[in-house]
Unconditional design. Structure first.
Length: 101
């Protein structure tokens, strides 16, 4: 019985020197010091683009992810010739429970 060959994939960040090597095909993420968010890495040797989508709805006291320029970021999108992958930063809402008087 032969084992399947698993090819290594090398990834990089276009904004800092961070990189990674994976064997499972999943897109690795890292906390980029220049951006201030956990962002996906891009595959070496593949044309790709990393976009940041700013939050367009009202924040209204929710805890949302902010980039290094203090802009609320809703998601990051990695676009290649073949695919598109999105990382969504969901806001954290706050609430309280009132006791009976």
């Amino acid at each position: 019985m032969t084992s399947p060959v698993i090819l290594a994939q090398t990834w990089y960040c276009p904004n800092c020197p961070e990189g990674a090597r994976t064997y499972d095909g999943k897109i690795p993420h890292h906390v980029c010091p220049k951006i201030g968010l956990m962002v996906p890495l891009l595959r070496e040797g593949q044309r790709s683009k990393l976009e940041f989508r700013e939050r367009e709805d009202m924040i209204n006291g929710d805890d949302v992810q902010m980039d290094a320029n203090n802009r609320p970021i809703m998601s990051t999108v990695v676009t290649t010739d073949d695919t598109q992958a999105t990382t969504v930063y969901a806001p954290l809402a706050h609430g309280s429970i009132r006791g009976e008087d």
